[in-house]
Design a protein around this ligand. Sequence first.
Ligand code: SAM
Length: 224
Amino acid sequence: MEKSKIFEVYEMHKGRHKCIYTRSFAPGKSVYGENTVKKAGVEYREWDPTRSKIAAAIMKGCPNIFIRKGDIVLYLGAASGTTASHVSDIVQENGFVFALDFSPRVVRDLVYVCIDRRNMAPLLEDANRPDDYKDKITPEVDVVFQDIAQRDQVKIFLKNVEQFLKKGGYALLCVKSRSIDVSKKPKDIFRKVRYELEQKITIVDSRDLGPYEKDHMIFICKKK
Ligand code: SAM
């Protein structure tokens, strides 16, 4: 097990295949049936790029995901906590993950993940209505991450970035082209998203997430 170039992310080779890991913040607790490895008394959780778009971005060569130890993260579209649990591993005890989703079905599972992790809280809220949760989170966060399959996902993302992200903070947006418009080519959708983002925020990196996620792109942005 070796440290990777990404903060708090580790890597190990299984034959010619590279696997990535985070150091578990809740040893002994599996979130989605992920493999674990113990080395020198430390438990590492394998981060599956076919189940998590941040892991896919790392496997696609992103040199930095800009989430660090101690960061406060607003995570929009946490579902049952698969990726959010790895973010919780990264930010560790001095960081915090506000894990938001509007579906009661997935938040029920997310609650159990948060019980095992002191640095993570579930919020049953609609990301399109930040005023409804502004009093439940810190006024400023270090990172906004969004993974929601909605037609107006860019508008929702920028609304949250404007309201909660600190100046100079980082924001990661996962875009599923088919949720925006099934009839248009993904590359045309992504070009339009890029243009909309550039009006408000600086894009520092972007990656197509194929073959891990078809017709998905991640944009990594910095607030001006
Ligand atoms: N990010 C998750 C992971 O990697 O573990 C998977 C997220 S899943 C693709 C998208 C989630 O977004 C769903 O759980 C859905 O309920 C949620 N969602 C969609 N629109 C939303 C909204 N307006 N507010 C909050 N959650 C939303």
